[in-house]
Write a protein that binds this ligand. Structure first.
Ligand SMILES: Cc1cc2nc3c(=O)[nH]c(=O)nc-3n(C[C@H](O)[C@H](O)[C@H](O)COP(=O)(O)OP(=O)(O)OC[C@H]3O[C@@H](n4cnc5c(N)ncnc54)[C@H](O)[C@@H]3O)c2cc1C
Length: 476
């Protein structure tokens, strides 16, 4: 027998849900309903970014679409704040709400690969590493992100990019269909053929349009080996190297992706001890085609400057996709700022190098991802994700462990963000936005696609049940 649960409503007013209603919800579910103090509650509410420490009134650990439908209907009927968790990695922390109902999708772990059709059906609790392990068993892959513990659900719904994107596009460019539980609590199928407007909206529109209970992806023949690794340089040469980098990637074929990371050296075994803890300039590269052709393509990059270390070589794709995991473990405090660039000009190089020379903690980094290629051959209005003209995306990845450093670390990130603004497009990848950037959603994250998204939001979620996200206001 449950006790009454105090719960936050969408109007902001506190309310009480009766023990009978809680019992009835529990009885309808296949997965557990966890109240504070019950087994599973702490695990479900704890997310990647330790800055976020919220306590939902109740958490449904969904076992399948039926549990999601029950949760959505319960939230709607009782007027509750509703949060949806995939892999729990989002920097803004919207996966977990204070006082409302949370639907935790992490128990939904199925990945079914069809090797002959080259497709995969994936449930929303799957992480990128789990997805890679299943698909790479058949030397198949689709572009996802660079940290294997990230959830495939949130990543896909925002766009999704990584080492394979220049060749095969964003994750959403490889999405064939999705099953979506709408605000009405109904399961609908979205694809180019079925509910095409909803299918358009979920390809970049985040969690605004419903809860996705199944994703279907197109797969490509990639791996199991790729040519990948790091070239580490002394930071003193950062300006010349950024100049060499921008020239090199301007000519790079789509198979090749090179990102820049500027940070303090972690104690990696291939780096000399005297470098540990000092600023370094890193070129991280991945070639996803024929290995011998890749060696020729990467050679001019390897010839830039005088590296401290070069560990580029054939590696299993699934292993390379975990290469950054040790630097991105959950439990640290994190704050991000992100900009999109169409080019890297001299002024931008000056700002980046100056800021990277005074990182406020040993875990902070500035990374520059190279996109373009197949990503930019999709028209800006073909999917909700609109940034099809950018070449580079910067993430100021501020990370530290002690609360007393919050102010200094956040101030450093904001200052760098402000100084890079004149070089940037003003657009932003929705999945890199921290919780204090709600003012960037309309123009920054969605720009030319915002009005259509707002109309579709009104069609699929007029009452804005799905508002605990980078929120799109329903058009009036
Ligand atoms: C260390 C790290 C590295 C990253 N690297 C990359 C990268 O290389 N490329 C890249 O593109 N992104 C990258 N990201 C960003 C990543 O795409 C986002 O953080 C993404 O939101 C993570 O998804 P999630 O399911 O883990 O997050 P969650 O926090 O669980 O979900 C984020 C939001 O998505 C919505 N949501 C989640 N699941 C569902 C669902 N099934 N149905 C409806 N709504 C849902 C909810 O609104 C939720 O608040 C990285 C993030 C981290 C922390």
């Amino acid at each position: 027998m449950a006790t009454a649960v105090s719960i936050k409503t969408r109007s902001g007013a506190p309310a009480t849900v009766s023990p009978d209603a809680i019992d009835a919800l529990r009885a309808r579910l296949r997965g557990p309903l966890c109240l504070p103090g019950e087994p599973g509650y702490e695990q479900a509410r704890t997310i990647w970014n330790a800055m976020i420490d919220r306590h939902p009134a109740a958490i449904i650990r969904a076992a399948g679409a039926a549990d999601v439908i029950a949760g959505v209907r319960f939230a709607r009927e009782h007027g509750l704040v509703l949060a949806v968790r995939g892999g729990g990695h989002n920097i803004a922390g919207n996966a977990v709400c204070e006082g409302g109902l949370m639907i935790d999708l992490t128990p939904m772990k199925s990945v079914r690969v069809d090797p002959s059709a080259r497709t995969a059906r994936v449930e929303p609790g799957v992480t990128l590493g789990e997805f890679d392990r299943e698909t790479q068993a058949f030397a198949l892959a689709t572009p996802v992100g660079i940290n294997s513990t990230t959830g495939i659900a949130g990543l896909t719904l925002g766009g999704g990019f990584g080492w394979l994107s220049r060749k095969y596009g964003l994750t959403i460019d490889n999405l064939l269909s999705a099953d979506v539980v709408t605000a009405a609590g109904e399961l609908v199928h979205a694809s180019e053929k079925d509910n095409p407007d909803l299918f358009w909206a979920v390809r970049g529109g985040g969690g605004n349009f419903g809860v996705v209970t199944s994703f279907e992806y197109k797969l490509h023949a990639v791996g199991p080996q790729v040519l990948a690794g790091l070239i580490v340089h002394p930071f003193a040469k950062a300006k010349e190297l950024l100049d060499g980098y921008r020239r090199f990637v301007a000519q790079a074929p789509d198979e090749l992706t090179v990102w820049v990371v500027m940070r303090k050296a972690p104690p990696l075994p291939f780096l000399p001890a005297e470098v540990h803890g000092k600023e370094i300039f890193v070129l991280a590269a991945c070639w996803c085609g024929d290995i011998e052709k890749g060696k020729k393509a990467i050679a001019p990059l390897e010839a830039l400057g005088k590296p401290i270390a070069n560990v580029i070589g054939p590696n299993p794709l699934a292993g390379w996709q975990t290469a950054f995991d040790p630097l991105l473990t959950p439990g640290s405090r994190n704050y991000w700022k992100s900009q999109n660039f169409t080019s890297i000009g001299d002024g931008l190089i000056d700002v980046l190098v100056e800021s990277a020379g005074r990182l406020p903690s040993p875990e902070c980094e500035i990374f520059l991802g190279h996109l373009a290629g197949a990503v930019n051959r999709v028209p800006a209005q073909a999917t909700a994700y609109p940034h099809r003209n950018i070449e580079f995306i910067m993430n100021v990845h501020t990370r530290w462990s002690d609360k007393s450093q919050d102010k200094a670390c956040i101030a450093w990130a904001r200052e760098l963000f402000d100084k890079t603004a004149t070089h940037a497009t003003g657009g932003v990848y929705v999945n890199f936005m921290p919780e204090d950037e709600t003012q960037r959603v309309a123009k920054g994250a969605y720009g030319p696609n915002y009005d259509r998204l707002a109309k579709l939001k009104a069609k699929y979620d007029r009452d804005n049940l799905f508002r605990h996200n980078q929120n799109i206001d329903p058009a009036s």
